[in-house]
Design a protein around this ligand. Structure first.
Ligand SMILES: [Fe+2]
Ligand SMILES: [Fe+2]
Length: 458
C-alpha cells in the first residue's frame, strides 16, 4: 500500500506507524553506535525546529519521518568502514559524529586514534596512509552508499520524495564542504539541514547537556549549519520542557504524541510486511556474509510453517518474526561479524547479545510482544545449552523451532568469512546430528521433505 492512502483497519488491531518506526529506529541507533533513542531524540529536536520556522502540519509530518529514518542506510557502509579503519565500525561511527570535519586538526586526531588501534603497528601505518591519501574519496563513497540506501528504503516504505531527499542529503554542509554532492546553502533540502543540526544537538547534548549542544551549533553556524535554523534552535534555549524531554526515559511516547494528526497513520498487515521487509534489508546489508540471510530464513520459515499446517494469518505473522530475527545484529561490530579467524571469548559475548537486542527492540511495539520472544529465542536449544537465556525444550514454541532450523540451514549452506558454503546434502547430515539436542526432530523431517520436493538435495 502507499502511505498516501489511509489503510482499511480492524479497529482492534490499530497500531500507529509512528510507534512501529519509532521502535525500530532503536535498531538504527545500534548500528550508529549511538546511545539508545538517538533517532527518537533527533526527531523531537528537529520537529521543534520545524515548528519554530513555521512549517505546515503536512511538512512537519514528512520531516517527522525523515528524522526517524535518517539512519536507515547506515548499516550498508559498516563492513567497508570496518575494513578501512580496521576498527569497531560502531565506535568509529559514534565518535565521528563529534568531529567537525572542517577542522583539519580534529580530523587528523580522529584518524590517528581510530585506525587499526588493535592491529600490528605496520598494519596501522598502512591504513593511516591509505586514509590520508584517499580519505576524501573514500569518505564520499561511504556516505554515498549510506545516502542512496537510506533514501531507497524510505521510498520502499512509501514515504514521499521529500523524505527520501532529506535522508539522501543528510551529510551535506551549508558551506558546500559536505558529502556526497557538495551541495551548498539552500540547494540542500531543508529536511536534511534540519536533520543534521538535530543530530549534532543530540550527540553533544548527550555528552555535555544543553550548553554543550548550543555552543557546538553556534560554533558551526554558517559552516555546517544553515544560520537561520541555528537561530531557530537557539530560540529553544530557555524552553525547559523541550530539554527535559531529551532526558526523559519515556521520550518515545512524547515523540509519538507530536506526530501531526493531519497524516497520522495506523498500520495494516501489508504495511507491516513492508516494514519488516525493509528492516530485514537494513540488517542484511550490515555484512557481506549475511546478504539475503533474513529474507531466505523468512522464505524457508514460510515453507516449513505451511507444511506443518500453520494457518495463513499466523504464517504471515511468523514470517515477519523470521525477517526480523537478527535485528540485534545491527548492534554487533563488523570486526566480529566479518572476522575470518576464531572469535575470542569477549567477541562471543558480544555475538550472544544480538538476540537480546532483537527481543528488546521488538518488544517496544506492544502488539509485537509475542513475536519478540519467538524471534529472540532463535539461538536457544532444546537441551538448554543455547543462548541468550538457556531456555529448555518446554519453553520453546513451535514457531521458534521453525525459525531456528531455517536459520541454521541458511547459516550452514551460505558463504561465511571463515569457510565457503557447505553443500545441501552435507548440511542436512550435520543438522541431522543436531536433532533432539539443538533442533526439533519433527521440524527437521519437514525440512528434509521440503528440500527433497524442491530437489535441492541433488
Ligand atoms: Fe542470529
Ligand atoms: Fe540468523
Amino acid at each position: 500500500m502507499s502511505l498516501s492512502n489511509q489503510p482499511q483497519l480492524n479497529p482492534e488491531h490499530q497500531l500507529a506507524l509512528s510507534e512501529v518506526i519509532g521502535a525500530l529506529s532503536y535498531a538504527l541507533d545500534l548500528t550508529e553506535g549511538q546511545p539508545p533513542g538517538h533517532c527518537i531524540r533527533g526527531c523531537w529536536i528537529g520537529f521543534h525546529i520545524g515548528q519554530q520556522i513555521g512549517l505546515s502540519s503536512a511538512e512537519l509530518w514528512d520531516l517527522y519521518y525523515t528524522l526517524l529514518m535518517k539512519d536507515a542506510g547506515c548499516s550498508s557502509n559498516a563492513a567497508r568502514l570496518c575494513d578501512l579503519y580496521g576498527n569497531d565500525d560502531r565506535a568509529t561511527k559514534r565518535d565521528f559524529k563529534t568531529v567537525d570535519t572542517d577542522n583539519i586538526a580534529q580530523m587528523v586526531q580522529f584518524v590517528l586514534t581510530h585506525t587499526g588501534v588493535k592491529g600490528p603497528l605496520a598494519e596501522r601505518f598502512k591504513r593511516v596512509l591509505n586514509l590520508a591519501r584517499r580519505g576524501e574519496q573514500l569518505a564520499t563513497e561511504l556516505i554515498q552508499t549510506r545516502c542512496e540506501r537510506g533514501a531507497k528504503i524510505a521510498k520502499q516504505l512509501g514515504f514521499s520524495e521529500k523524505v527520501a531527499d532529506g535522508i539522501f542529503s543528510l551529510d551535506e554542509h551549508w558551506n558546500g564542504q559536505g558529502k556526497p554532492q557538495g551541495l551548498r546553502g539552500e540547494d540542500i533540502p531543508l529536511f536534511s539541514r534540519i536533520a543534521l543540526l538535530s543530530q549534532v544537538i543530540d550527540v553533544f547534548h548527550h555528552v555535555g547537556g544543553p550548553t554543550a549542544a548550543l555552543n557546538e551549533i553556534r560554533e558551526r553556524r554558517g559552516s555546517w549549519f544553515d544560520p537561520e535554523l541555528v537561530d531557530a534552535a537557539l530560540a529553544l534555549e530557555y524552553d525547559v520542557d523541550f530539554w527535559a524531554a531529551l532526558r526523559d526515559d519515556d521520550i518515545g511516547s512524547l515523540v509519538q504524541s507530536i506526530e501531526p494528526e493531519v497524516r497520522a497513520l495506523t498500520v495494516d498487515d501489508d504495511l507491516l510486511d513492508n516494514i519488516a521487509e525493509a528492516f530485514s534489508q537494513v540488517v542484511d546489508a550490515k555484512s557481506p556474509f549475511t546478504a539475503g540471510h533474513s529474507e531466505r530464513v523468512a522464505l524457508y520459515t514460510d515453507v516449513l510453517a505451511s507444511k506443518l499446517g500453520i494457518d495463513a494469518a499466523r504464517r504471515r505473522w511468523l514470517k515477519r518474526g523470521a525477517l526480523l530475527h537478527d535485528l540485534g545484529k545491527l548492534g554487533v561490530s563488523n570486526s566480529i561479524l566479518d572476522k575470518e579467524g576464531k572469535l575470542t571469548d569477549e567477541e562471543w559475548r558480544e555475538v550472544r547479545l544480538h538476540p537480546v537486542y532483537t527481543e528488546q527492540i521488538l518488544s517496544r511495539i506492544l502488539p509485537f510482544k509475542e513475536m519478540a520472544i519467538v524471534a529472540g529465542a532463535h539461538h536457544e536449544r532444546l537441551d538448554g545449552k543455547g543462548y541468550p537465556k538457556g531456555m529448555v525444550a518446554s519453553e520453546l514454541t513451535l514457531e521458534t523451532r521453525i525459525i531456528t532450523i531455517c536459520d541454521i540451514f541458511d547459516a550452514i549452506t551460505a558463504d561465511r568469512p571463515y569457510r565457503g558454503p557447505i553443500p545441501v546434502p552435507e548440511a542436512l547430515e550435520i543438522m541431522g546430528r543436531m536433532t533432539g539436542t539443538a533442533l526439533d526432530t519433527n521440524c527437521y523431517h519437514v525440512l528434509l521433505e521440503c528440500v527433497h520436493e524442491m530437489q535441492l538435495d541433488k
